[in-house]
Design a protein around this ligand. Structure first.
Ligand code: FAD
Length: 472
């Protein structure tokens, strides 16, 4: 019996027959991402049901030298959650670890296992009259372990921060199978290095997150959703600054989209309606929330918008009059992702830029890609409130899709040059995975890259945790 077969027998004894998949058809959903860009092979998909089982499995793998790819909801789309084609790594899926262990309404915390899906966390918080503010397009599938491991953001980063800002404590299985119990529920703890932050955003390369203590917030009692036509990205950024100041920083979401994005959604996604009568080159979808319900809040927002009109930062706007109308406005934003698929190949750039330089970025990047690929159709949209632009690029009309997508790396390189020039980042939300790992030495520089390697070597000396991901 080979080493791997013996190890799989030991693992089967730990997790039971239903906790291990070895049949190709059963494993298939765990070995590819839905966009189909990354595919891999594996001797087994292991689905432990408890921290003790994860620890035992990792210990067996450490002893047998079997690499491990941790996997959550498999929505990150950069190849981090998928094994390589050689089929050496097992996939360790956290999906059976899906219990909410505790909600402490006085401490404003929730304790969850890694496999809990984000919508379940949001719903459990709401049931306890609390808010868990993390919210993003993949929330019905993404798991908290994956969200922590990619330091996910979403639409409310502007107000509540990234996942990193929402985690108080972590439980992590280390590369040798030991369990680090860092499940502290403290908001202040000045006792040395903050180890939990090493694992947040580590993409499974340093340890396996098995549980977390999350921060909760009071639930907003009033929410104002507005869809605003703006003449330019620069006007949008100025509008954001004014709304933040006027409302006492009550802006929880601020999404930018170009007219082309709206046109694509209107053309391809049933149920999308243009909420304004005249077309505008750019739009903002914003949400402001308050802890108490008052007419004064509504008046403050309306006054700030009125002043924006006078300053020619906005040309038209509609405010949702009901939850249903607010949902309809958000539907437009969500439809953009879907709509692009119908316009041929789309080259994606997950960009982060200092908020004050977003307008400059869009202008320079649009010019650069137009020069590289005449006729290319940029569709910039996204969480401009925190500087995160999805600088997606639809193929020129009538172009050959394969030939266009073959230029992915070249065109991304053109965009990256602009990002670096403006002190931005080439990954704002999806992470590095396999997709962007080769860029890491250049992005980080020699000193930072050495520190990253040293941390990896300390916590995973045999390189068994998600090898070949994030770090080249
Ligand atoms: P996976 O994709 O399964 O894994 C992600 C990485 O984490 C992999 O490297 C994996 O090995 C590792 N990992 C997973 N679980 C664990 C664990 N328990 N311990 C250690 N390592 C682990 N992101 C944003 O930030 N903002 C957005 O607005 C946003 N919108 C999105 C919209 C859509 C439609 C989609 C598809 C994705 C979006 N994302 C967004 C990306 C988002 O960051 C990821 O989808 C999510 O964080 C990953 O969670 P997951 O459970 O799917 O993790």
């Amino acid at each position: 019996m080979t080493n791997i077969a013996a190890a799989l027998d030991q693992i089967r004894a730990i997790v039971g027959p239903s906790g291990i998949l070895t049949d190709a058809a059963d494993m298939a959903p765990y070995l590819a991402e839905w966009r189909g860009r990354f595919k891999g092979n594996s001797p087994a998909v292991v689905r432990p049901a408890s921290t003790e089982e994860v620890a035992a499995v990792v210990k067996i793998c450490a002893g047998a030298g079997i690499p491990i790819v941790p996997q959550g909801g498999n929505t990150s789309l950069v190849g981090g959650s998928i094994p390589y084609e050689e089929g050496r790594e097992i996939v360790l899926s956290l999906s059976r670890m899906n219990r909410i262990r505790d909600i402490d309404t006085l401490n404003y915390t929730m304790t969850v296992e890694a496999g809990v899906v984000l919508t379940s966390i949001q719903e459990a918080a709401a049931d306890a009259d609390r808010l868990f503010p993390l919210s993003l397009g993949a929330e019905g599938t993404a798991q908290i372990g994956g969200l922590i491991s990619t330091n996910a953001g979403g639409i409310n980063v502007l107000r509540y921060g990234n996942t990193r800002d929402l985690v108080l404590g972590l439980e992590v299985v280390l590369a040798d199978g030991r369990v680090w119990d860092g499940m502290r529920r403290l908001r202040k703890n000045n006792t040395g290095y903050d180890l939990k932050n090493l694992f947040i955003g580590a993409e499974g390369t340093l340890g396996i997150v098995t549980a977390a203590v999350l921060k909760l917030f009071p639930r907003p009692r009033q929410s104002i959703t507005a869809f605003v036509a703006v003449p330019s990205p620069a006007a949008a950024i100025e509008l954001l600054a004014r709304l933040r100041a006027a409302s006492g920083d009550a802006v929880s979401a601020f999404e930018l989209m170009s007219r082309r994005c709206l046109d694509f959604a209107l053309k391809h996604v049933a149920g999308t309606v243009d909420p304004l009568s005249e077309p505008s080159p750019w739009y903002v979808l914003t949400e402001l929330t308050a802890g108490t319900k008052s007419d004064a809040f509504q008046e403050t927002v309306e006054t700030a918008l009125g002043e924006a009109f006078e300053a020619e930062l906005a040309t038209d706007a509609t405010l949702a009059q009901s939850d249903a109308q607010a949902k309809q406005l958000w539907f437009i934003r969500e439809a953009i992702v879907e709509a692009q698929k119908f316009e041929g190949g789309s080259i994606k750039n997950d960009v982060s830029i200092p908020v004050s330089r977003v307008a400059e970025f869009i202008e320079l990047a649009e010019a650069a890609v137009a020069e590289a690929c005449p006729g290319i159709r940029p569709t910039p949209f996204g969480h401009v409130g925190d500087g995160n632009i999805h600088f997606n690029l639809s193929q020129p009309e009538g172009a050959d899709t394969k030939a266009y997508l073959d230029r992915w790396d070249e065109i991304c390189h053109v965009v990256n040059e602009v990002i670096f020039k403006l002190d931005g980042s080439i990954s704002a939300e999806h992470g590095v995975g396999r997709f962007k790992k080769d860029e890491m030495p250049a992005i980080k520089g020699p000193v930072e890259f050495d520190m990253l390697r040293a941390i990896k070597a300390t916590l995973d000396p045999n390189g068994l945790l998600n090898p070949g991901k994030m770090l080249p």
